[in-house]
Design a binder for this molecule. Structure first.
Ligand SMILES: [Zn+2]
Length: 397
């Protein structure tokens, strides 16, 4: 049997951490092990190694061989692993420890929408307020914590309107800096894994909403703001994006999260991360995205370009180890009658036969992987060690 993990991690902004994110911090927040990878996915590697060691130390007899896989490009490029599996015989049954409990049997499909707006030609010369820049976010699979806008010729009245609108947003924090007539607005939200936008507060969409106090025109930032407010909004599920929103009874709703908004060679680029359930073809969804975009583009008269990539959702229907894993989970947590769940993320389970995810995160908790506040509690780490040890013994004995 195989245990699938990964040893690579997502980037961090060290300024947001009490100590180095690449050294285990056990003291800043007692009871928590803080550090990049503690939950996703280095903590699970350590736990799996200890589970294997304890089985060996106790001389528990197993009939099956247990193999631990530590893949090093899960967060970026799955091709090397696909290549490897062409010549390597994988285990018959597999547990991925890179998601949540009780047992994950479905994963949404990954998608992305990339909007590019051309460089500003001539800037408006009037003395009316001009949205000069709008940027935010860090990497594609993180709900952005930071976003900022610069406004020229910003009047005191305009600033007051933006402040008032921003104040209505729960949990968001803003700073306003003024240099003469130039106003910089910085938005601070809460970072999270982009497959669980509910766990975060998206600084890009919230800042766009805060600035929506007057019509903005004449710059690429103004066009971007229009796109964000008209098609994305502050909802999490593509509610305003034409007809694209949908949900599946088991896999849940499609999530639509702007994650990175940045300048690239004069163009302003917005990356939107989609996580989609079963229930629509990639072709139909792509068409709906384009329809909404074209409608906006025609109305706005802007030379915008859109690229759309739509991945497939994944559903495990056969894995024979599911009942055993559910029993182990129920035994150690006291949670009765646990059922398989679906997640928004994508794991390497897809590449292995008879694979499902089993932990490391408890259901209905905030997942901290990919955020700027990643940790695992000591309590959870030890509970995981008990459950992985038991699961390995039960499945390999
Ligand atoms: Zn992971």
């Amino acid at each position: 049997m195989g245990v699938i993990t990964h040893g690579d991690v997502q980037p961090v902004d060290p300024a947001k951490w009490a100590r180095s994110p690449f050294e285990l911090d056990r003291t800043s927040e007692p009871g928590k092990l803080l550090g990049r990878g503690t939950e996703d996915d280095k903590g699970p590697i350590a736990t799996a190694l200890y589970a294997m060691k304890s089985i060996q130390d106790k001389k528990v007899l197993l009939r099956k061989r247990v193999e631990l896989y530590v893949y090093m490009a899960e967060e970026s490029d799955w091709e090397p692993l696909k290549e490897f599996l062409k010549t390597h015989t994988p285990p018959d049954i597999n547990i991925t420890i890179d998601a949540e409990y009780p047992v994950v049997t479905a994963e949404k499909g990954y998608g992305s929408i990339k909007l590019s707006l051309p460089a500003d030609a001539a800037l408006p010369s009037a003395t009316a307020p001009v949205l000069r820049s709008l940027t935010g976010g860090f990497f594609g699979s993180q709900i952005p914590e930071d976003a900022r806008a610069t406004i020229e010729h910003a009047t005191a009245a305009l600033e007051a309107q933006i402040r008032a609108r921003a104040q209505q947003q729960q949990g968001m924090r803003y700073t306003f800096e003024r240099q003469g007539e130039t106003l910089t607005v910085k938005a601070l939200g809460v970072s999270a894994h982009s497959s669980k936008p509910e766990d975060g507060l998206n600084a890009i969409s919230m800042l766009a909403d805060a600035l929506n106090v007057q019509p903005w025109t004449g710059t690429q930032a103004a066009d971007m703001l229009s796109f964000l407010n008209q098609l994305v909004g502050t909802g999490l599920y593509g509610e305003k994006f034409g007809q694209i929103a949908y949900r599946d009874a088991f896999m849940g709703p499609m999530t639509v999260a702007p994650t990175v908004l940045k300048q690239n060679n004069g163009e302003l680029e917005l990356n939107i991360n989609l996580r989609r359930p079963q229930g629509k073809t990639a072709y139909a969804l792509r068409q709906q995205v384009l329809d909404a975009f074209n409608g906006w583009k025609a109305q706005r008269h802007v030379a915008a370009e859109l690229q759309v990539q739509i991945g497939e959702p994944w559903l495990q229907t056969s894995a024979p180890q599911i009942p055993t894993l559910l029993t182990v989970f129920s035994h150690y947590t006291g949670i009765t009658d646990p059922q398989p769940v679906a997640i928004g993320g994508g794991t390497n389970s897809r590449l292995f036969p008879n694979a499902v995810s089993f932990g490391p995160a408890m259901p209905h908790t905030v997942y901290t992987g990919h955020s700027e506040h990643e940790f695992i509690t000591e309590k959870q780490l030890l509970l995981n060690l008990q459950m992985y040890t038991a699961a390995l013994i039960e499945l390999a004995k």
